[in-house]
Design a protein around this ligand. Structure first.
Ligand code: NI
Length: 152
Protein backbone atom coordinates (compact mmCIF):
# COMPACT_ATOMS: atom_id res chain seq x y z
CA UNK A 1 0.00 0.00 0.00
CA UNK A 2 1.08 3.55 -0.57
CA UNK A 3 0.00 6.98 0.45
CA UNK A 4 -1.40 9.12 -2.35
CA UNK A 5 -1.26 12.87 -2.71
CA UNK A 6 -4.53 14.56 -1.72
CA UNK A 7 -5.56 17.14 -4.30
CA UNK A 8 -6.67 20.48 -2.92
CA UNK A 9 -9.49 22.86 -3.79
CA UNK A 10 -8.58 24.69 -6.98
CA UNK A 11 -7.42 21.53 -8.78
CA UNK A 12 -9.72 21.04 -11.82
CA UNK A 13 -10.10 17.29 -11.20
CA UNK A 14 -12.14 18.05 -8.07
CA UNK A 15 -14.74 19.74 -10.29
CA UNK A 16 -15.09 17.02 -12.90
CA UNK A 17 -17.78 14.36 -13.12
CA UNK A 18 -15.99 11.11 -12.38
CA UNK A 19 -16.46 8.11 -14.70
CA UNK A 20 -17.95 4.79 -13.69
CA UNK A 21 -15.66 1.91 -12.83
CA UNK A 22 -15.96 -0.93 -15.35
CA UNK A 23 -13.03 -3.19 -14.39
CA UNK A 24 -12.89 -4.74 -10.93
CA UNK A 25 -9.25 -5.61 -11.31
CA UNK A 26 -5.97 -5.50 -9.42
CA UNK A 27 -5.52 -1.86 -10.34
CA UNK A 28 -8.80 -1.01 -8.61
CA UNK A 29 -7.83 -3.01 -5.54
CA UNK A 30 -4.53 -1.16 -5.24
CA UNK A 31 -6.35 2.16 -5.58
CA UNK A 32 -8.82 1.18 -2.83
CA UNK A 33 -6.03 0.03 -0.50
CA UNK A 34 -4.14 3.25 -1.09
CA UNK A 35 -7.23 5.37 -0.56
CA UNK A 36 -7.99 3.74 2.79
CA UNK A 37 -4.41 4.19 3.94
CA UNK A 38 -4.35 7.81 2.76
CA UNK A 39 -7.67 8.58 4.46
CA UNK A 40 -6.59 7.07 7.77
CA UNK A 41 -3.20 8.77 7.72
CA UNK A 42 -4.99 12.11 7.27
CA UNK A 43 -7.51 11.29 10.03
CA UNK A 44 -10.36 11.52 7.55
CA UNK A 45 -13.69 9.68 7.59
CA UNK A 46 -14.04 9.49 3.82
CA UNK A 47 -12.14 9.90 0.59
CA UNK A 48 -13.23 9.92 -3.06
CA UNK A 49 -11.25 8.98 -6.17
CA UNK A 50 -10.97 12.52 -7.54
CA UNK A 51 -9.30 13.60 -4.29
CA UNK A 52 -6.34 11.39 -5.12
CA UNK A 53 -6.33 12.40 -8.78
CA UNK A 54 -8.40 9.48 -10.08
CA UNK A 55 -11.58 10.61 -11.82
CA UNK A 56 -13.48 7.39 -11.16
CA UNK A 57 -16.62 6.71 -9.14
CA UNK A 58 -14.94 5.19 -6.10
CA UNK A 59 -15.23 6.18 -2.44
CA UNK A 60 -13.98 4.80 0.85
CA UNK A 61 -15.69 5.75 4.09
CA UNK A 62 -14.97 5.04 7.73
CA UNK A 63 -17.65 6.93 9.66
CA UNK A 64 -16.68 5.02 12.80
CA UNK A 65 -13.24 3.63 13.53
CA UNK A 66 -12.94 0.14 12.08
CA UNK A 67 -16.07 0.46 9.93
CA UNK A 68 -14.31 0.82 6.60
CA UNK A 69 -16.56 0.46 3.57
CA UNK A 70 -15.52 0.66 -0.06
CA UNK A 71 -18.21 1.79 -2.48
CA UNK A 72 -17.81 1.58 -6.24
CA UNK A 73 -20.29 3.35 -8.53
CA UNK A 74 -22.45 4.35 -5.54
CA UNK A 75 -25.97 5.62 -6.19
CA UNK A 76 -28.08 7.34 -3.54
CA UNK A 77 -31.85 7.02 -3.53
CA UNK A 78 -34.82 7.45 -1.21
CA UNK A 79 -33.28 10.29 0.79
CA UNK A 80 -35.50 11.29 3.70
CA UNK A 81 -35.54 13.97 6.38
CA UNK A 82 -32.80 16.47 7.01
CA UNK A 83 -29.92 17.18 9.35
CA UNK A 84 -27.72 20.24 9.67
CA UNK A 85 -24.19 19.71 10.90
CA UNK A 86 -20.55 20.66 10.54
CA UNK A 87 -18.39 19.31 7.75
CA UNK A 88 -14.82 19.56 6.62
CA UNK A 89 -12.87 17.93 3.82
CA UNK A 90 -9.32 16.70 3.29
CA UNK A 91 -9.27 18.72 0.05
CA UNK A 92 -10.40 22.00 1.61
CA UNK A 93 -8.63 24.13 4.22
CA UNK A 94 -10.18 23.57 7.65
CA UNK A 95 -10.79 27.32 8.00
CA UNK A 96 -13.65 26.74 5.54
CA UNK A 97 -15.42 24.11 7.64
CA UNK A 98 -19.10 24.93 7.78
CA UNK A 99 -22.62 23.67 8.37
CA UNK A 100 -24.24 21.65 5.62
CA UNK A 101 -27.81 20.38 5.31
CA UNK A 102 -28.02 16.70 4.40
CA UNK A 103 -30.74 14.06 4.38
CA UNK A 104 -31.17 12.21 7.68
CA UNK A 105 -31.41 8.85 5.96
CA UNK A 106 -30.86 7.38 2.53
CA UNK A 107 -30.43 4.20 0.59
CA UNK A 108 -27.12 3.62 -1.18
CA UNK A 109 -26.46 0.96 -3.80
CA UNK A 110 -22.90 0.18 -4.76
CA UNK A 111 -20.48 -2.49 -5.86
CA UNK A 112 -17.69 -3.92 -3.72
CA UNK A 113 -14.16 -4.44 -5.01
CA UNK A 114 -15.08 -7.81 -6.50
CA UNK A 115 -18.11 -6.52 -8.37
CA UNK A 116 -20.68 -7.77 -5.83
CA UNK A 117 -23.74 -5.54 -5.56
CA UNK A 118 -24.94 -4.17 -2.23
CA UNK A 119 -27.82 -2.01 -1.10
CA UNK A 120 -28.06 -0.59 2.37
CA UNK A 121 -29.92 2.00 4.36
CA UNK A 122 -27.79 4.57 6.21
CA UNK A 123 -28.74 7.34 8.58
CA UNK A 124 -27.30 10.15 10.64
CA UNK A 125 -23.55 10.67 10.49
CA UNK A 126 -22.99 7.78 8.09
CA UNK A 127 -25.58 9.21 5.68
CA UNK A 128 -23.79 12.56 5.88
CA UNK A 129 -20.42 11.01 5.05
CA UNK A 130 -21.89 9.08 2.10
CA UNK A 131 -23.50 12.26 0.72
CA UNK A 132 -20.28 14.24 1.08
CA UNK A 133 -18.20 11.60 -0.70
CA UNK A 134 -20.73 10.96 -3.47
CA UNK A 135 -20.81 14.71 -4.13
CA UNK A 136 -17.08 14.53 -4.87
CA UNK A 137 -17.88 12.15 -7.73
CA UNK A 138 -20.02 14.86 -9.31
CA UNK A 139 -17.50 17.66 -8.84
CA UNK A 140 -19.33 19.13 -5.85
CA UNK A 141 -17.59 20.31 -2.68
CA UNK A 142 -19.34 20.78 0.68
CA UNK A 143 -18.53 24.50 0.63
CA UNK A 144 -20.89 24.80 -2.37
CA UNK A 145 -23.67 23.78 0.01
CA UNK A 146 -22.72 25.91 3.02
CA UNK A 147 -25.85 26.26 5.15
CA UNK A 148 -26.42 29.83 6.18
CA UNK A 149 -29.77 29.44 7.90
CA UNK A 150 -30.38 29.09 11.59
CA UNK A 151 -28.87 26.13 13.37
CA UNK A 152 -31.42 23.65 14.54
NI1 NI B 1 -14.40 15.79 0.97
Amino acid sequence: MALRNIFQEGEPILRRIAREVTSFDERLHILLDDMAETMRKANGVGLAGPQVGISRRVIVIEPEEGALTEMINPVISDAEGEQIGAEGCLSVDSSKNCQVKRPMSLTVSYFDRNGGKHTERAEGWKARVICHECDHLDGILFIDKAYRGKKK
